[in-house]
Design a protein around this ligand. Structure first.
Ligand code: ZN
Length: 343
């Protein structure tokens, strides 16, 4: 049995068990803000996209970039219904049929960005889908184990077989399709194991995936908060002419404003955890966890949850665990993939 068959078999065996805990948590008062953001993204005549308000209080973005001979799609949302919603809006949004999609680019290996890939492929009449070699490998082998969880949660709303993009994006190698030129920059060890930032020089737009989001609780699953902050601080140097950030989650915004907000959240969170470690003599106590939650929510009240975790409060708890694990300090919980749903 290969890995894909294993995933499918596991899913079949577990579909009978509903995801009761998350369904309940979804309606919990501690879920955080859930303002509706679904709708069209309109950056320029050439750059548009679609935001869906998905299950579990999530807002997820996908983008379309029109070239003279085709349209490049960036990310594909996480389930079939959301991908259909975006593609149904595609003709009105772009003035082109979905068959105009000439390539599909996947920014990173989290399933809220590639789960709709088969729906895109079908609507485009078989456009090629590309990611970096590493992203291809991690998705193909479900190395985080996330896709199996998704099948368990969503059943037929995501493909039974993992949709896999081919290797075709690499750091510093311009990508061409539809008469467009897109410049990929690959950064490792941040929100994801690896994130491909895609820059469109003609429009000065940077597609940041979840490396920079907008008012969305970051995910420290990789335990790389320090590296991520360093990379964020160097972003302006890498893209001296960028003006706009098109994020994976939350509204499109000004480059410097969104980078500044992301750094502020990460640095605030890091210093809160460091303070509690000191206070707890090298460990974060239960009371310390509560204080971190209270203070970070107080400082960033309108930041939504993400990572498939229905409750923002739960995501912050997991973020503490993952950060401590990244620092080689044992946290109050394991924070295993089974305890959350990634984004
Ligand atoms: Zn995401």
């Amino acid at each position: 049995m290969n890995r894909r068959q294993f995933v499918a078999a596991t899913a079949a065996a577990t579909l009978a068990a509903p995801f009761v805990r998350s369904a309940a948590a979804q309606t919990a008062g501690l879920a955080g803000p859930t303002q509706a953001t679904a709708g069209v993204i309109d950056i320029s005549e050439r750059v548009t996209g679609y935001t869906v308000d998905s299950v579990r209080n999530h807002s997820i973005n996908a983008y379309f970039v029109k070239g003279p001979q085709g349209t490049v799609a960036i990310d594909t949302l996480w389930r079939i219904p959301e991908a259909r919603e975006a593609l149904d809006g595609f003709p009105a949004l772009t003035g082109r049929p979905t068959e105009d999609i000439s390539a599909i680019l996947i920014t990173h290996m989290h399933s809220d960005h590639y789960g709709g890939l088969e729906t895109y492929r079908a609507a485009s009449g078989g456009a090629p889908a590309f990611a970096t070699r590493t992203v291809h490998r991690v998705i193909a082998n479900d190395e985080h184990g996330f896709y199996a969880n998704r099948i368990e949660d969503f059943g037929a709303d995501i493909p039974a077989n993992i949709p896999v993009p081919e290797p075709g994006l690499a750091d510093g190698v311009p990508f061409e399709s539809g008469g467009l030129l897109i410049e990929p920059t690959v950064l490792r060890g941040n929100e994801a194991l690896e994130t491909t930032l895609l820059y469109l020089p003609e429009e000065r737009v940077l597609f940041t995936a979840d490396f920079v989001n907008n008012r969305t609780t970051p995910v420290f699953y990789q335990g790389e908060i320090d590296n991520w902050i360093t990379q964020l601080k160097g972003l302006r140097t890498r893209f001296p002419e960028a003006e706009t950030i098109a994020p994976g989650h939350g509204p499109v915004g000004d480059f410097d404003e969104l980078v500044r907000d992301e750094i502020a959240y990460l640095e605030t969170f890091r210093s809160l955890v460091e303070d509690e470690l000191e206070r707890g003599g090298g460990a974060v106590t239960a009371a310390g966890t509560q204080r971190i939650k209270d203070r970070i929510v107080d400082a960033f009240p309108d930041w939504r949850t993400s990572a498939g975790v229905p409750s923002r409060n739960r995501l912050i708890e997991l973020n503490i665990d993952w950060t401590l694990r990244g620092w080689r300090i044992e946290g109050p919980g394991a924070g295993s993939p089974a305890e959350f749903r990634e984004g």
